[in-house]
Design a protein around this ligand. Structure first.
Ligand SMILES: Nc1ncnc2c1ncn2[C@@H]1O[C@H](COP(=O)(O)OP(=O)(O)O)[C@@H](O)[C@H]1O
Ligand SMILES: O=C(CO)[C@H](O)[C@H](O)COP(=O)(O)O
Length: 225
């Protein structure tokens, strides 16, 4: 983080001379910061266009074979990765209104027998790094609600594989997950994920990454570090 007073050059663009500019961060780190959790074992899954996980760990973990990397978070580490699965696949198949109405017919306590690997196109980054992986979204049942249930459950399995992989690579095991992004609105999906992950899963109080970016800017502007 850093903060700089705007120079005359930028003031010419319409900003005042004392406007403070702070450098930002990526969307999933910003979403993590928005959730305001810092204890080891706490994590934030961002269910936006993609599925990104960030776990607070005492141990730094890096493994390019699986698309796993760490960012420093004060004296701890934010470890995780980003899957190409996520909301963009849902948008290819359903409108946001359909996601709401179809989800009403899903019983999250009942595991879906459908096994997919939902990707928008060829290629996965994490928890498997495979540029040639093909999307798997067949067979499609007659019922759209059953189809959505199978897709949400399959994405939950990808998320669970991600957290399991981080543990196997030496990260602090996940104990609790907060959710950010558009998918956080879906309570049925949250319940499915809680069953599949085996740890408590909550919607974060602030689900917008922009809120985390604003917190970061506040810290940069007030401490200058
Ligand atoms: N009710 C819902 N259930 C599950 N996913 C949803 C729902 N409503 C919207 N989404 C998904 O949320 C995504 C948008 O979330 P957002 O955080 O704005 O994504 P991003 O900023 O990464 O593009 C869309 O891809 C959409 O499929
Ligand atoms: O897929 C993404 C954006 O579309 C992810 O948010 C991004 O790859 C995650 O990056 P980082 O881990 O550095 O926050």
């Amino acid at each position: 983080m850093c903060a700089h007073n705007m120079t005359t050059k930028y003031a010419l663009s319409g900003f005042s001379n004392d406007c403070v500019v702070c450098t930002g961060t990526t969307d999933s780190i910003a979403a993590f910061l928005a959730a305001r959790t810092t204890d080891p074992g706490k994590a934030v899954t961002s269910l936006g266009s993609t599925l990104a996980i960030k776990l607070v760990s005492r141990v730094r973990v890096e493994d390019a074979r699986f698309g796993v990397y760490s960012h420093r978070l004060d004296d701890q580490w934010l470890v995780g990765g980003a899957s190409n699965s996520g909301g963009v696949v849902l948008r290819q198949l359903f409108s946001d209104d359909q996601l709401v109405t179809l989800s009403r017919d899903i019983d999250p306590s009942s595991p879906s027998p459908l096994d997919y690997y939902p990707l928008p196109k060829k290629g996965e980054r994490f928890p498997v790094s495979d540029p040639d992986m093909e999307p798997r979204l067949e067979p499609r049942p007659d019922s759209d609600a059953e189809y959505l249930h199978g897709i949400l459950e399959s994405m939950a399995r990808i998320e669970a594989s991600g957290y399991k992989l981080l543990k196997e690579l030496g990260a602090t095991p996940v104990e609790e997950v907060f959710t950010a992004g558009g998918g956080a609105q879906n309570e049925k999906w949250t319940a499915i994920r809680e069953r599949v992950l085996g740890v408590p899963v909550w919607k974060a109080e602030q689900t917008e990454a922009a809120y985390g970016a604003a917190l970061l800017a506040l810290r940069g502007a007030t401490t200058g570090s």
